[in-house]
Design a protein around this ligand. Structure first.
Ligand code: GDP
Ligand code: MG
Length: 457
């Protein structure tokens, strides 16, 4: 597996400080194999590896990760980026009904997905209607009716057995063996939804075993006629290398707004996801993970990246290494905090700069063992207030910063003027500072170089 291979690679690379070209190439060789194993199309693998190499070579050397780990991290981030970064689901029309058209090869899972999507929409509080616009075989309509029944979602279908008697669904196309006109049925379905106030219409269409002109034309005609809000291209995750060709054919023939990856419950590692997302630039919105109505998941790019790379454990390791590194830094800061004989405004300023650099105050507090006791004090320090506090401290003379007790009324007034705040704000700062100082002293007294219950200090 990739994990095993990378473990080998890690061994050779551990301890090195720099991300050299040979490090990068070594790690990328394993990743290339993993992508091919996952059935990512070859041209997509090539382009992807090139992109990662470029970024990896220009990357700053991480202090937390070894070079191979760093390359894997970049690979993962790029994968997640291509797979969509953030999750996107259905975009609803401003005026209902929202019309969702399904397209894809025969057997790709459109009809099954129609039921799952209907069920999912119902769970979200919508009132969906399924429309049977696959009129190639009567059994396709029956299949959708059964699917809808299972999902508890109504199905709009043309009447069968009396083709001549139902104007709306008369087959008109030359050479069409279908028993009705899918465009007319789609239109009628949407009219039905409008009349009966269904708020989402899912139009199930016909597919063929292979891409062909007829199929594309029919789907394109339906699209042109009903102007759907979303056209979802359903593709079987097992399709492997053929994913690129199929996706491009559908993009050119019908075009689509999103992708549904079906049959992800099987062995497929999901390389098709990367191929399709890369060549079409369309977001993957759902993954179908079984034959049951409930087997539908909103697509998660990060999970998919893990599946394609087949190395959830490696990614977890990387995450842990980074966390451990952050923790070391936090410990170091806490140690400095407590080593001070006397806590001065200079320290205060330094701490603030460090806190600002580390990001949000709350997340830092979470990282600092034993700092919970100070939570109240630091919490009171609104991060937007940092700048104001900084201005006040900067308006103090060096003497005042190290002798806060000497800051009398006239000095306070001067500091207030110098930093553009009120005297009462300066008073508040001094008050808060005194409390922090007290806290520092009591913490420092508590341990003689270390505090009970504060690991690493
Ligand atoms: P359509 O021709 O595109 O409408 O495809 P269908 O919805 O009829 O699905 C074709 C076959 O794939 C059926 O046997 C389904 O039961 C099966 N199928 C569809 N989606 C999934 C899925 O997510 N997982 C599995 N295991 N089978 C699926
Ligand atoms: Mg079908």
């Amino acid at each position: 597996s990739l994990s095993d291979r990378l473990t080998e690679t890690f061994k050779g690379l551990r301890g090195k400080g720099k991300l050299s070209e040979s490090d990068v190439n070594k790690a990328l060789r394993d990743i290339r194999l993993a992508l091919l194993d996952a059935d990512v199309a070859l041209p997509v693998v090539r382009a992807f590896i090139g992109q990662v190499r470029e970024r990896a070579l220009g990357a700053e050397v991480s202090q937390a990760l070894n070079p191979a780990q760093q390359v894997v991290k970049i690979v993962n981030e790029e994968l997640v980026g291509i797979l969509g970064g953030e999750t996107r689901t259905v975009r609803y029309a401003k005026t209902p009904p929202t019309v969702i058209m399904l397209a894809g090869l025969q057997g790709s899972g459109k009809t099954t997905f129609a039921g799952k999507l209907g069920y999912w929409l119902k769970e979200q509080g919508h009132t969906p209607l399924l429309v049977a616009a696959d009129l190639q075989r009567p059994s396709a309509v029956t299949q959708l009716e059964v699917t809808g029944q299972r999902a508890g979602v109504p199905v709009f279908a043309p009447e069968r057995g009396n083709v001549g008697g139902h104007d709306a669904v008369l087959g008109t196309g030359e050479g069409t063996r279908s028993f009705g006109d899918p465009v007319a049925v789609s239109r009628a379905g949407i009219a039905e939804a409008r009349a009966k106030q269904y708020d989402v219409v899912i139009v199930d269409t016909a597919g063929r075993l292979a891409v062909d002109e007829d199929l594309m034309q029919q789907a394109a005609d339906i699209r042109a006629a009903i102007q759907p809000d979303e056209v979802l291209f359903v593709i079987d995750a097992m399709i492997g290398q053929a994913a690129v060709e199929t996706a491009l054919a559908f993009q050119q023939g019908v075009d689509f707004t999103g992708v549904v990856l079906s049959k992800l419950d099987g062995d497929a590692r999901g390389g098709a996801a990367l191929s399709v997302a890369t060549v079409t630039g369309r977001p993957i919105m759902f993954s179908s993970v079984g034959e049951q109505t409930k087997d539908l998941e909103v697509f998660h790019p990060d999970r998919m990246a893990g599946r394609i790379l087949d190395m959830g454990d490696v990614l977890t390791l990387i995450e842990q290494a980074e966390k451990a590194f952050d923790r070391e830094q936090a410990d170091e800061m806490a140690r400095k905090f407590l080593a001070e004989e006397d806590f001065t405004f200079d320290d205060f300023l330094q701490q603030m700069a460090a806190i600002k650099k580390m990001g949000s105050l709350k997340s830092m507090l979470k990282m600092m063992p034993g700092m919970q006791q100070m939570r109240a004090q630091l919490d009171a320090l609104d991060e937007r207030e940092f700048d104001r506090v900084e201005a006040m401290v900067r308006s103090m003379t060096p003497y005042e910063r190290t002798h806060p007790k000497q800051i009398d009324g006239s000095r306070r007034a001067r500091i207030a003027r110098g930093s553009g705040v009120t005297v009462s704000e300066v008073n508040q700062l001094l008050e808060r500072f005194r409390e922090a100082q007290k806290m520092m002293k009591s913490l420092a007294r508590g341990g003689g170089g270390g505090l009970p219950g504060m690991p690493g200090i």
